[in-house]
Design a protein around this ligand. Structure first.
Ligand code: AMP
Ligand code: MG
Length: 414
């Protein structure tokens, strides 16, 4: 049995950085960048008007109220920039700033002194003083050419996708998503939720859990299968997964000390290199990790739902992050709402709810029902609280490490 930190370090040492793949920016939502992105040009791309109004010819000092200008023409968004001789130009929001102009006066702040026959303004008078540069958006004011706007390891969210599209970055390099196969084991399991259970049978809830959590963590689930406690069938699925060159195989069940816990032997027979088996933690102590072959990892998670959840959150997810080139996740430190005591020298992963207390402060509430067979507390939990192995008690108000349900999911306060 080893400590969590040592166990995690062993698998991280075997986790390869996945190769980059090019894709259109439009399809990159949720993907992790494989390279930095610098702006190929200025944003906005040209000087333009922030208002519907009139561009005034350039000069020194404030243009005083009462000044009058002939209107030379009109310039809307999308049109070629105009050039002023000495007069004003009617401009719409987003229109190129006419060459020779240097301030915008909003339409509400001018009086139209005379009009052309078609109703367009011919001469205007200012009702207010107009400072130079007013209501002008300068080229590159938002993002300058060559500025770094994103770094490798960043996740493409809607904001980043929007900026990249605005800059004309049509394609990006994303890390290939880790390809994962899930094998749930147990002769008691029934995969199809519509089939009635015979006595002694239970539903295979881990399969659905892992599929959802893996996808939320940025992995591509290429297969999920439910098998009995049959080492030969397991070995066949393992060989299949290896021939498909997946990055990670996750199994549940059959890693404890029971008669049907066949996975450690099956792995040895398959030539896998077991990195650890049993970690000083709860739940999920019997967890096993192995290197199947170069760059291919195996996680054997214990079958109890909370043990599977902890193995997924605290081993598989950090490995997915490493494969995607993301930095190590930083837990939050938040105050515990009530005193907590524990006996065993195990690192604890506790289902928790982070709540806003009445005084507006965040507090970590450890939930009832921490037993590893329970599924229902997972609904109430919006976080995991982590208590180090050597800690025996924690007073209310003392900060503990807290992470969200998934490494890409912030703690949702409702
Ligand atoms: P095991 O790790 O195989 O000893 O299983 C531990 C406990 O988890 C047993 O009560 C199993 O019935 C239960 N279990 C195993 N696999 C699953 C699964 N896929 N879904 C729900 N419960 C499971
Ligand atoms: Mg079992």
């Amino acid at each position: 049995m080893i400590d969590y930190e040592d166990a995690l370090a062993r698998v991280l040492a075997e986790a390869p950085l996945l190769p980059p793949e090019q894709m259109p920016t439009e399809q990159a939502l949720g993907r992790i960048l494989a390279s930095n992105i610098v702006s190929p040009g200025p944003l906005p791309p040209f000087d333009n008007s922030a208002m519907d109004g009139f561009a005034l010819p350039g000069g020194a000092g404030v243009v005083p109220a009462g000044s009058e200008f002939d209107v030379e023409g009109e310039c809307a968004a999308g049109e070629m920039p105009a050039v002023t001789s000495a007069g004003a130009w009617e401009v719409m929001t987003g229109a190129c700033m006419p060459f020779g102009c240097d301030a915008i006066v909003p339409i509400e702040q001018v009086e139209v002194v005379s009009m052309h026959a078609d109703g367009r303004p011919a001469r205007i008078r200012l009702q207010v003083d107009v400072p130079r540069g007013q209501h002008l958006r300068h080229a590159g004011e938002d993002v300058g050419t060559g500025e770094r706007v994103a770094v490798a390891g960043d996740r493409v969210d809607a904001a980043m996708q929007t900026l990249l599209i605005a800059l004309g970055v049509a394609g990006i390099d994303a890390r290939r998503r880790p390809r994962v196969v899930v094998i749930t084991t147990g002769r008691e399991l029934v995969a199809d939720p519509a089939i009635p259970l015979r006595p002694g049978q239970i539903r295979d809830s881990n399969a659905c859990f892992l599929r959802a959590r893996l996808q939320a963590a940025g992995a591509e689930v290429v297969g999920v299968c439910t098998i009995g406690d049959d080492a030969d069938v397991f070995s066949a699925h393992l060989r299949d997964a290896m021939s498909q060159q997946v990055d990670i195989v996750v199994s549940t069940g059959a890693v404890s000390m029971g008669r049907y816990d066949f996975i450690p032997d099956a792995l040895t027979r398959a030539g896998a290199n077991v990195l650890f088996h049993k970690v000083r933690m709860r739940p999920g102590k019997p967890i096993l990790a192995a290197r199947l072959c170069a760059g291919m990892l195996f996680f054997g998670l214990p079958g109890n739902p909370a043990s599977t959840a902890v193995g997924m959150r605290f081993f598989v997810e950090p490995v997915i992050r490493a494969m995607l080139g993301m930095s190590t996740e930083q837990p939050l430190l938040l105050p515990l709402a009530a005193r907590y005591e524990k006996r065993p020298a195990l690192r604890m992963h506790l289902k928790a709810r982070v709540r806003l207390d009445t005084d507006g402060r965040l507090g970590v509430h450890l939930l009832d029902g921490q037993e590893s067979f329970r599924i229902r507390p997972l609904l109430e939990a919006n976080a995991w609280a982590v208590i180090a192995a050597d800690v025996k008690q924690i007073d209310a108000g003392t900060c503990v490490q807290v992470v969200g349900r998934g490494h890409l999911e912030p703690i949702e306060l409702t």
